[in-house]
Design a protein around this ligand. Structure first.
Ligand SMILES: *Cc1c(COP(=O)(O)O)cnc(C)c1O
Length: 456
């Protein structure tokens, strides 16, 4: 028996069913009607194509409509459990915020705030004053600007200081930052003319000397945040470039990428260049992301010489790229952790970096005991997010042997909340490092369920 179009119920008919009434109560009538129509349209085109089989019964049609409505109204961001061990996972939203930063965001959104209001004067204030003050205190910088992200920071500072002028940058430092975005392409959009010096693997002080003999708006140094330069390589030290730039009277700008305020070397990692160091070395401006090792919200921070910073603030593009109130609320609260000397304890990124192998082993073993499955093995976690490329932190993993790891990975992704893990050698690996406090129970329940679902 083939399906016939005239056996398909009308939208009105389906709307009258009891189940539809429930949908209308949840989603409202117009959206429910649209979803019923979409469901019927799909069946109709299947019937025309001869792929429909039998016409589904009304209850099935309403069930399909319900899942369509659930998909249409699902929030764009779904919380997930990060079991990958990559602390700054760009696809999973980079840095999770501290409790205080999260509360600050909620408070800023729930009502009105002093975003651009000066309580003392009873009138208009600057949205950057508070955060700028904290950044000055923390780093000794003369001034600060906060914009949408680091790419915006670079775009804005180049547009202000180098539009139509020469910017000298070494070929050893031209990075693609993911998603196909290349830093030099972003920079060119500012109207600056990029003059590349050196080769892919080597650049000498003489290259900088020769390049700055011609009129130059600025010299840009970029941190190689996502790759390593090894082998037959050379770059002059920062101090030498600083000295040359001072001699020439050319501003030196340093794209730090991650912009650490704490020393990663204290945690068994390589030393990531620090904001304070760069400024102390005499760099005129630094730019970095706030949601990498800083552990805050998405933002780009420019710090440095007062005169340059105030020119940047006045550029018309500063308005287009400015940070919003949620960002400033979260950033302020995050920076206060550093001021109080409690960053390593309060900021999730640093707490995860600081976890000791012994603690991770205990957690992995506890998971194994609870599940009664798998094996605890040594492994590596990564900082990720364009920080410390190739550098890892020793960890212990729960390894779940699986004939089809991809199937288990998918089952884990379909849990609520979804669990994102990684695979190696036919095993699914769960890294306790990036599982946040309070997520353990949910993780175990999800893993247990996923294992059952893929059991033969
Ligand atoms: C991450 C990174 C950027 C881009 O920063 P966003 O905040 O993601 O825009 C630019 N430069 C370097 C060196 C980086 O590591």
């Amino acid at each position: 028996m083939t399906a016939r179009l005239r056996d398909l119920p009308s939208t009105d008919r389906l709307l009258g069913t009891r189940a539809s009434v429930g949908l209308i109560a949840t989603y409202g009538r117009p959206l429910t009607v649209a979803a019923l129509r979409a469901t019927l349209d799909e069946v109709r085109s299947n019937v025309r194509a001869g792929t429909a089989g039998k016409i589904p019964v009304n209850a099935d049609l309403v069930t399909r409509t319900a899942s369509l409505l659930a998909r249409w109204t699902a929030p764009p961001l779904q919380p997930v459990i990060n079991a990958t061990g990559v602390i700054l996972h760009t696809n999973l939203g980079r840095a999770p915020l501290s409790g205080a930063a999260t509360r600050a965001v909620v408070e800023a959104l729930n009502g009105y705030s002093t975003l651009e209001y000066d309580l003392e004067r009873g009138g208009r204030g600057s949205r950057l004053d508070r955060v700028e003050g904290i950044l000055q205190r923390l780093t000794g910088a003369e001034g600060a600007v906060v914009v949408n992200n680091n790419a915006a920071a670079l775009l804005l500072l180049l547009a202000t200081l180098a539009k139509g002028k020469r910017v000298v940058v070494s070929r050893t430092q031209l990075v693609e930052i993911g998603g196909g975005f290349r830093v030099p392409d972003v920079m060119r959009q500012s109207g600056a003319r990029m003059t590349e010096i050196g080769t892919t693997n080597r650049v000498h002080l003489q290259d900088y000397q020769r390049a700055t003999e011609e009129p130059t708006a600025l010299v840009l140094v970029a941190h190689r945040s996502n790759f390593r330069l090894v082998g037959f390589t050379e770059e002059p030290g920062l101090a030498e470039i600083v000295q040359l730039c001072k001699l020439r009277g050319v501003p030196l700008v340093y794209d730090l990428g991650s912009g650490a305020l704490l020393d990663t070397a204290k945690y068994g990692l390589a030393h990531e260049p620090m904001v304070q160091e760069a400024l102390r070395a005499g760099v005129d401006l630094v730019a970095f992301s706030a949601d990498k090792l800083l552990g805050g919200p998405q933002a780009g921070i420019i710090l440095g010489k007062a005169e340059l910073v105030s020119a940047i603030k006045r550029h018309p593009m500063a308005r287009a790229l400015r940070a919003d109130k949620t960002c400033l609320a979260a950033l302020g609260a995050t920076l206060v952790h550093y001021l109080r000397g409690e960053a390593a304890e309060q900021i999730p990124v640093w707490r995860m970096v600081a976890l000791k192998p012994r603690q991770l082993r205990q957690r992995a073993e506890a998971m194994r005991r609870d599940l009664g499955k798998g094996e605890v093995i040594r492994g590596e976690s990564a900082v990720g997010g364009g920080s410390l490329p190739g550098d890892t932190l020793p960890t212990y993993l729960l390894a779940l042997p699986q004939s089809s790891p991809e199937k288990l990975m998918q089952a884990l992704r379909f849990q609520s909340p979804p669990i994102i893990a990684r695979t190696k050698d036919n095993r699914v690996l769960i890294d306790p490092r990036t599982i946040l406090p309070g997520q353990e129970e949910m993780l175990l329940a999800g893993v247990r369920k996923a294992l059952q679902e893929v059991a033969p």
